[in-house]
Design a protein around this ligand. Structure first.
Ligand SMILES: [Zn+2]
Length: 115
């Protein structure tokens, strides 16, 4: 399982830096947006800003979600329940974990839940 710990730690670092980057981007948009609305509510830049804002928020939410998943997986690794299906208690295959290190369900349960 050491291999997965390395993998997850790398993913955690990656997600953290992505999150920091997006947070920075969001405060820039926020600053630009409040400038624009102070000037004129019907600023032609308005809709574009809003669009960019919601795009960035979505990306940020994704990154936060991913980071939470990775941290949960690391916690499971620490307590020894990593790689065990949360639903049926069977081992999740290594191939599946390699493809998706944050998987908490075996392939059969994941199929049951998503279909
Ligand atoms: Zn299962």
């Amino acid at each position: 399982m050491e291999k997965f710990e390395r993998l997850l730690l790398a993913e955690e670092a990656e997600a953290e830096s992505r999150l920091a980057e997006h947070r920075e981007g969001i405060s820039e948009v926020r600053a630009a947006r409040s400038d624009a609305s102070a000037d004129d509510e019907h600023d032609p830049e308005g809709p574009t800003m809003t669009q960019e804002w919601s795009q960035r928020s979505a990306v940020l939410a994704d990154a936060e979600h991913e980071l939470a998943d990775v941290r949960r997986a690391l916690a499971r690794l620490a307590e020894g329940s990593y790689g065990v299906c949360e639903r049926c208690g069977k081992a999740i295959t290594v191939a599946r974990l390699e493809a998706r290190p944050t998987a908490t369900l075996c392939i059969d349960c994941a199929r049951l839940i998503t279909h």
